[in-house]
Design a protein around this ligand. Structure first.
Ligand code: NPW
Ligand code: ADP
Ligand code: K
Length: 507
């Protein structure tokens, strides 16, 4: 799915009205009807639940007014609270006039704010995508009042006071919603950790906006769901052999961290690689041969950490980093790898820390290298702390453009940035994956997909991120989130990939 800017969303609304021969008021009615359905199904209010709708002067307020009318007609208790303004949008005014006589409708002022007991529902339709400055005065006071109340809050389109695709000033007045219900496409703001306390759980309601117009709209940010990946993972051909899927080399492990090599190696095998060789220091030999017998083990002459780069000639892709440690000798192995590699590279964990501590190595990164830092590792790579989540995204775009690489930023909604500066947000995964070793599993899986010559660098990365998160979601069904450990992810990589695999008999 594409993440559109507010201006693009407005243009999409207008193009939809034109293409479908409907007025913007009719489109608003469609949105409100869909919202009503969602609200009744998800919140299941009773006929006595007080539902307070706070409506601003624009079309967001118009949505709120239309919803109030529909709730009233369906027999629910709707109270409308209007925010006075100098100007009102045409569709707001039309819906204001359509409000039935029997509905309670009052103008807000600081002396007249409703009692909002626990169990009441608040619908926040003050400001939506048209917000163009921070909230002040009465609007800010109302937001503070709503945030202090015990009521359950549903934000229409976006929590009021939050910008759809830019940071707001710290301490700005922003509604803290339990649910945010938006139309057709998610907004960038929903995907950033700094907005979690405002957005709550978000839902997208399709309202039939024109798919052709969405298709033609150029964007820099995407949200990757299963539909987005359809057809990107080819089926395994009937007459394939292990050579078809590539021979990967994994450079990983040091004394006390051989487990990271085991996890990455297991994930690489479950990711469908043809052959896997793991280079570990001597200390890892028995561990690896016993726990991952499917992998070949090529031990380094040193006992505790890697000191020598093996001949790279046999390999289709090389991964380096999990449990590596940051010994000087291992740094030199990394330097040689960057000099010599002619095949795709996946760099993680200590390989990234070594890059951050020896920035000259960054100049050696071969094009299309895939880096998988979490935010702290990314900060070490750039050497500059991010001001906020939006700034971090811009740092990421600048980094991948400059280095011509692919870079992941791990977390909830893991991000992938491409050499063209396009950003993809992954949709799968859960907090159970916040556990040691989850990242090692991701590295192994990505290595397998980069070794598969049938996949582009972009598709390998997108599929790997999605399947990793999906494996986490499947595993959590069995283990619960708290009980999830990284090894559980490995067991569910196969099923997660199978869900994505194209059928050879379908278009
Ligand atoms: N996308 C879709 O698919 C569909 C979208 N729809 C809905 O339309 C919504 C967007 O509507 P919108 O463009 O009228 O903007 P919205 O946020 O209601 O208000 C802007 C108004 O507020 C004002 N204003 C701005 N900032 C302010 C501030 N800080 N403090 C005070 N005032 C401020 C600004 O006026 P100004 O004062 O700048 O002249 C303007 O009057 C969208 O979120 C969704 O709910 C559906 O109906 C149909 C399908
Ligand atoms: N709250 C979360 N929601 C979804 N995925 C998560 C969450 N927390 C962590 N993850 C995923 O788990 C992995 C953790 O990686 P990392 O931080 O490198 O862990 P480690 O170094 O212990 O292996 C990443 O792929 C990340 O996206
Ligand atoms: K809103």
């Amino acid at each position: 799915m594409k993440l559109l800017s507010p201006a693009q969303t407005r243009a999409l609304d207008q193009a939809t009205s034109k293409a479908q021969g409907i007025t913007s008021l009719e489109l608003m009615e469609r949105a409100a009807t869909t919202l009503l359905d969602w609200l009744l199904t998800t919140l299941q209010p009773t006929y006595t639940t007080p539902i307070h709708l706070f409506c601003g002067p624009g079309n967001n307020g118009g949505d709120g007014l239309a919803l109030a009318r529909l709730l009233h007609e369906a027999g629910y208790v709707a109270h409308v609270w209007l925010l006075p303004a100098e100007r009102y949008s045409a569709d707001f005014t039309a819906n204001r006039h359509q409000l039935p006589d029997g509905i309670s409708c009052q103008e807000l002022d600081t002396a007249r704010l409703p009692d909002l007991p626990a169990g009441a529902v608040v619908v926040d339709a003050l400001f939506g995508a048209g917000l163009n400055r921070p909230l002040t005065g009465l609007a800010a006071a109302v937001v503070a009042y709503l945030n202090a109340a015990a009521a359950f809050t549903v934000a229409v389109d976006i929590p009021s006071g939050l910008f759809a695709d830019a940071a707001q000033e710290p301490d700005s007045a922003v509604v803290q919603a339990q649910y945010t219900v938006s139309f057709e496409l998610p907004k960038l703001a929903f995907l950033l950790p700094q907005n979690a306390g405002f957005v709550g759980e978000w839902h997208i309601l399709p309202i039939g906006l024109e798919p052709v117009v969405i298709h033609k709209t150029a964007v820099d940010n995407y949200y990757v769901d299963a539909a987005f990946l359809q057809g990107r993972l080819p089926a395994r051909p009937k007459f394939s052999h292990k050579g078809t899927f590539g021979h990967a080399l994994l450079l990983a492990g040091s004394r006390g961290k051989v487990g990271a090599a085991v996890l990455a190696a297991s994930a690489c095998l479950r990711g469908g690689v043809g052959l896997l060789t793991v280079r570990v220091p001597e200390v890892g030999y028995f561990i690896l041969q016993t726990t991952v017998p499917e992998a070949m083990c090529l031990t380094d002459p040193a006992p505790d950490f890697l000191t020598e780069l093996p001949d790279l000639q046999p390999y289709a892709a090389v991964g380096m980093g999990p449990g590596l440690g940051q010994a000087e000798a291992s740094r030199e192995v990394l330097r040689q790898l960057l000099h010599k590699a002619k095949v795709p590279l996946v760099l993680d964990a200590d390989a990234l820390n070594l890059l951050g501590a020896n920035r000259d190595l960054l100049d050696l990164l071969p094009p299309d290298t895939l880096l998988t830092p979490h935010p702290k590792e990314f900060e070490r790579l750039t050497g500059e702390p991010a001001r906020d989540d939006y700034h971090r995204l811009e740092q990421l775009r600048a980094f991948t453009r400059q280095r011509r690489c692919y870079c992941v930023l791990k977390g909830a909604y893991t991000v992938l940035a491409t050499p063209d500066g396009i950003i993809y947000f992954n949709s799968t995964g859960n907090p159970g994956m916040a556990t040691g070793g989850s990242g090692d599993v991701l590295t192994g899986l990505l290595l397998a997909l980069r070794a598969d010559k049938r996949l582009s660098p972009l598709n390998a990365a997108l599929l790997g991120l999605y399947a990793h998160g999906r494996a986490g979601d499947l595993a959590a069904r069995e283990t619960g989130e708290a009980g999830l450990v990284a090894g559980d992810l490995v067991r569910f990589i196969g099923p997660a990939l199978q869900e994505l695999m194209a059928s050879p008999h379908r278009l």
